[in-house]
Design a protein around this ligand. Structure first.
Ligand SMILES: *Cc1c(COP(=O)(O)O)cnc(C)c1O
Length: 439
């Protein structure tokens, strides 16, 4: 048992802790934010983001390395600003993301552009902005990028994303480095692709990259992928094509439910030892972490609307739904759900008649049976209670939709005892803005 006066931080989320039975983000009481801004509400801790970044920075101390935040994990401007101010580059996957980087004050020269389906318009936009590198994902894309670069008069710096064919041992939807995946150029074809790229006048070969998947919780897949990539670098350089930088992608997992991924600095100690052993330790390095920088820096606050006990299942209906928190519906993902208040000091009578913990399926209001947030959760609940869905900093808001014409949630970024609203709640008018009635 934790004494009510000692901070009891959440597993995996040390910047979120109970004080006197109330959940805080840094020095801000989450219930106060829920009352001020309504629910559902995403709350992020700036210190948690910077701590996650610092683990990578420690890992790369003394090396020539660039951390490019894979912003699809959370692309809100306030979040991007934190990373831009900390000197990060950005890994983008669309022209829209590039606009966000620039709007947040990010440096285009530190942007790398990944993705299997870049359009010509996006390529032009990125060349005009002067991005650092295109991570090209197919031979066909090389040809198109060359044409666009020649037409624009700006050479495109390229790295080819190679598919090392290693199993990241994660959910099939988030594994990307296996032969059967749509990503990257197959290992066997990579040398040929580099020879083609080197021959195209609009392209300038600068690097090589791989990204094998997401929510990876062990070092072995990274070591295997690294060996496969270094084998290729040796072959490509033997063919007379120098490779300036090595990009090992992102994918490091976080603790959602007791997973124990290696800390970023420990992982990189192992990977750098392998690089050193193979003589690549002084090469320029890039990485593209997303989830591990923001996932455990955020929570989603929600209010219990109704309790619906039943014969087979007890349902707890909350005001956040699959449109706010799509991961359970999309990947059967697990996110912890905890109360904001362990007790309510203002209404002691409530404690007396407090509900006993019951097993609930926590679900949203959306008209889909897939709209669940957590199954079989033991919680002592009353309508009106406030809950926090944990580990909600990555792949939640950035994947949020307007399904059921639900406005996207508001977002607050906490820094010490300051709380900034970084996105107001979306209104129905916001949602209808681009639409036209028939004439
Ligand atoms: C999504 C993605 C990442 C980030 O993955 P995380 O699991 O969030 O770290 C990095 N690189 C590329 C190319 C991606 O598509």
């Amino acid at each position: 048992m934790t004494s009510p006066t000692t901070p009891a931080s959440l597993p995996g989320q040390p910047h979120f802790a109970y004080r006197d039975g109330e959940l805080f983000a840094e020095n801000v009481r989450l219930a106060d934010l829920a009352r001020a801004h309504g629910t559902p509400l995403f709350v992020y801790s700036k210190a948690a983001m910077l701590a996650a970044l610092a683990a990578y920075q420690r890992g790369f101390a003394g090396r020539n390395a660039q951390i490019c935040y894979a912003m699809k994990a959370n692309s809100s401007l306030g979040v991007l600003q934190v990373f831009a101010q900390a000197g990060c580059g950005f890994d983008i996957v669309s022209g829209g993301e590039l606009e966000r980087v620039l709007a947040a004050g990010g440096d285009a020269a530190r942007v790398i552009f990944s993705g299997v389906g870049k359009t010509r318009a996006e390529m032009r936009q990125a060349l005009d902005a002067g991005i650092g590198c295109f991570n090209v994902e197919s031979e066909a894309e090389l040809e198109v990028l060359n044409e666009v670069a020649l037409a624009t008069g700006k050479p495109a710096r390229v790295s080819i994303r190679v598919n090392p064919n290693v199993d990241p041992k994660t959910h099939p939807y988030i594994s990307t480095g296996l032969k059967g995946n749509k990503f990257g150029v197959a290992h066997e074809r990579a040398l040929g692709a580099y020879q083609r790229a080197a021959a195209l006048p609009g392209l300038q070969v600068v690097g090589i990259d791989c990204h094998i998947g997401s929510q990876i919780t062990e070092a072995t897949p990274y070591l295997d992928a690294m060996d496969r990539v270094l084998d290729l670098v040796e072959a490509i350089e033997a063919a007379g094509i120098p490779i300036q930088h090595l990009d090992f992608g992102g994918g490091l997992g976080i603790d959602y439910n007791g997973e124990t991924p290696p800390p970023a600095d420990a992982l990189w100690a192992q990977l750098l030892a392998r690089l050193d052993a193979r003589g690549f330790g002084q090469r320029r390095l890039m990485i593209e972490p997303g989830r591990s920088l923001v996932g455990n820096a955020g929570v989603c606050l929600s209010e219990v609307l109704y309790l619906k006990p039943g014969e087979e299942k007890n349902f707890c209906i909350i005001d956040a739904a699959m449109n706010d928190l799509p991961r359970p519906a999309m990947y059967q993902a697990f996110q912890q759900i905890v109360p904001l208040s362990l007790r309510d000091p203002d209404t002691p009578q409530r404690d007396a008649g407090a509900p006993a913990p019951t097993t609930w399926d926590v679900v949203g209001p959306v008209c889909e049976s897939g709209d669940w947030i957590g199954r079989d959760r033991a919680l002592a609940l009353q309508p009106g209670d406030l809950l926090a869905v944990l580990s909600a900093g990555a792949y939640c808001m950035s994947m949020a939709s307007n399904y059921n014409t639900r406005g996207r949630a508001a977002e607050v970024l906490v820094d010490g005892d300051q709380a900034s609203l970084i996105r107001r709640r979306e209104s129905a008018a916001d949602q209808m803005r681009g639409e036209n009635l028939l004439r």
